[in-house]
Design a protein around this ligand. Structure first.
Ligand SMILES: *[C@@H]1O[C@H](CO)[C@@H](O)[C@H](O)[C@H]1NC(C)=O
Ligand SMILES: *[C@@H]1O[C@H](CO)[C@@H](O)[C@H](O)[C@H]1NC(C)=O
Ligand SMILES: *[C@@H]1O[C@H](CO)[C@@H](O)[C@H](O)[C@H]1NC(C)=O
Ligand SMILES: *[C@@H]1O[C@H](CO)[C@@H](O)[C@H](O)[C@H]1NC(C)=O
Ligand SMILES: *[C@@H]1O[C@H](CO)[C@@H](O)[C@H](O)[C@H]1NC(C)=O
Ligand SMILES: [Ca+2]
Length: 527
């Protein structure tokens, strides 16, 4: 039996290519059974599955119709863009059509009639699916490449964006970055974001049309010039943090920041020759299925992995229901050459019958109790089956037991609450005077100051007397001559001596001031 399996493992990769199959039916002396492998879909032309958005509105030429010229023929401005005439229209979809031999079809922007205001356009490509790039992104510009542009990417369907590559005829001037080439990068900098001048210099608009994001050159850092040593690349993708994500996108955005100039400066008297025209955007990649699928299909407007290994989700990113005995894991390229499937396991299939709801992948037998129990429950769970929440956490009513979010932290206010436990709806137990689910509020007639204290004064019942004012419910600030918590006591009542001396000082001060005033008045009058 071992011989046969070994034979198959040895032969499959040669026959089938790398990581092409998820499972294989093997017949052995013990009868037929499945062998499972790490697997990934084939690379595809991703432009066939993309949705595109061009910004700002009105940036596409032809509405109203407009004339334009080319850099080769700047004074023969006979070309016309007219959105209402199919032959003369240049809508965004022409960046993704099949090019017939010879004639290029292209999207075109309005001309730079508003110079010196910049001519800006964003082209956003969305797949609603994680994609792993397998070859260069190649953008083809008719009539000259932009002198400044940048490429951005998103990994979360456009919620957040990150720079991918900068392009300029002068990187320092445009972006304050030194110009670099991908070929200068090393194994430790293979996912560095660079600014390149290679695709932005004027070379005649017919000669150099392409702008690239060099995926192959980055692969070559590990796999060698003709990508012969793919094993080394796969090993690196597995171990180097962030490297795999560098080649993964859900969306791409080209920010066109300055068109081709055809020379060193802009000719204000002929702005009809400045515009963007993109005839093709080639994106080659495969669906990211976490090495759990060899097929990816286009269903209901989106790409979807056809998940194996009892995984599910758009990217095979979780275990199927009832297959959550272990936590979900991505398949692995290692060990070479077939990788590890890291399949999800059905309850009962692995460790006797110990269900851990996916919060633990270890069970242990406790001899003197004669039970099997989950070990090191994760996601803040505890219990024999990781079915309870740890102290200080409570059960998330809208999550199932095998959900990572099943336990929510109580978050009791440390000062306001008696302890950090809470009840099943997240309510903490409050100290006297404290209130609210987390005990971070005070009951009425209490004020907060490192805990809740009863009001000393307020505007209703505990009013400061004799013209005193209540300071933050904590104390009355009393006028001279009064004291007591609510300024209810006259100082004279309680201590006559203090009272007299205070008032005599007061009197003599007044007398002094009046005398001084009279003195001043006399001087004025004498003058
Ligand atoms: C292009 O997208 C960026 C965000 O990445 C945004 O700040 C900018 O305003 C957009 N430009 C246009 C012309 O829509
Ligand atoms: C994105 O894909 C998911 C899963 O296939 C789907 O449910 C959703 O409707 C898609 N969204 C859009 C905007 O197409
Ligand atoms: C997935 O579950 C099915 C049904 O229990 C089983 O036959 C199959 O072997 C499982 N696959 C893997 C990779 O574990
Ligand atoms: C409760 O679980 C749901 C489902 O997983 C999740 O969307 C939600 O964020 C969780 N609530 C909290 C407070 O974590
Ligand atoms: C939790 O405590 C709050 C406040 O005391 C109470 O209203 C709620 O009914 C309690 N929930 C449960 C499930 O006991
Ligand atoms: Ca085209």
């Amino acid at each position: 039996m071992l011989h046969l399996v070994a034979f198959l493992l040895h032969c499959l990769p040669l026959a089938m290519g790398h990581y092409d199959i998820c499972k294989y039916w093997v017949t052995t002396d013990d009868g037929p059974s499945w062998e499972f492998y790490a697997c990934q879909p084939k690379a595809m032309r991703m432009k066939d599955y993309v949705t595109v958005r061009v910004d700002p509105p009105g940036i596409t030429c032809g509405d109203p119709p407009e004339r334009f010229c080319t850099h080769e023929n700047p004074y023969l401005c006979s070309d016309e863009c007219d959105a209402s005439t199919p032959d003369l229209a240049h809508p965004p979809k022409l960046m993704f059509d099949k090019e017939d031999e010879g004639l290029a079809t292209y999207w075109q922007s309005v001309t730079w009639s508003r110079y010196p205001e910049p001519l800006l356009a964003n082209i956003t490509l969305s797949w609603n699916k994680s994609i792993e790039l397998t070859d260069d992104i190649v953008v083809t510009f008719e009539y000259g490449r932009p002198t400044i542009m940048m490429l951005e990417k998103s990994l979360d369907n456009g919620r957040t964006w990150h720079p991918y590559q900068y392009y300029a005829d002068d990187c320092m001037e445009a972006f304050g970055m030194p110009a670099r080439r991908v070929r200068e990068l090393s194994t430790t900098s293979a996912n560095r974001i660079i600014c390149t001048e290679e695709y932005s210099r004027w070379a005649g608009s017919k000669k150099e049309k392409n702008v690239r994001l060099e995926v192959r050159d980055r692969f070559a850092i590990f796999a060698g010039q003709d990508l012969r040593n793919m094993d080394n690349l796969y090993t690196r993708l597995e171990s180097a943090k962030g490297l795999k994500d560098f080649f993964t996108v859900t969306d791409l955005r080209m920010r066109l920041l300055r068109p081709a100039l055809g020379g060193t400066y802009v000719q204000r008297e002929n702005l009809y020759k400045y515009f963007y025209a993109v005839s093709n955007i080639e994106v080659t990649g495969r669906c990211k299925c976490n090495l759990h699928a060899s097929l990816c299909s286009f269903k209901e407007g989106s790409l979807q992995c056809e998940c194996e290994h009892n995984t599910t989700g758009q990217d095979c990113g979780k275990c199927k229901k009832n297959f959550r005995t272990r936590s979900w894991r991505a398949g692995s390229y290692l060990p070479l050459p077939n990788g590890s499937p890291n399949a999800c396991a059905a309850a009962g299939s692995a460790f006797g019958n110990c269900e851990c709801y996916g919060h633990s992948n270890r069970c242990s037998y406790i001899d003197f109790l004669n039970v099997v129990t989950c070990v090191s429950c994760k996601h803040n769970t505890r219990g024999q089956h990781c079915q309870h929440c740890r102290l200080g956490f409570y059960r998330n009513g809208s999550a199932e037991l095998d959900d990572e979010n099943v336990c929510i932290e109580c978050n009791c206010n440390q000062i306001g609450s008696l302890h950090d436990r809470c009840n099943e709806t997240g309510y903490c137990e409050c100290r006297e005077g404290a209130a609210g689910p987390k005990c971070d509020d005070c009951l009425p007639n209490y004020y907060w100051r490192q805990g809740c204290f009863p009001n000393v004064c307020d505007e209703e019942l505990l009013i400061c007397q004799n013209g005193g004012t209540c300071y933050q419910n904590q104390r009355c600030s009393c006028p001279a001559g009064y004291k007591g918590v609510l300024c209810e006591q006259s100082k004279c009542d309680s201590d006559n001596k203090a009272c007299n001396s205070a008032s005599s000082t007061y009197l003599s001060l007044t007398t002094f001031l009046i005398s001084a005033l009279i003195l001043q008045l006399r001087r004025l009058l004498d003058f």
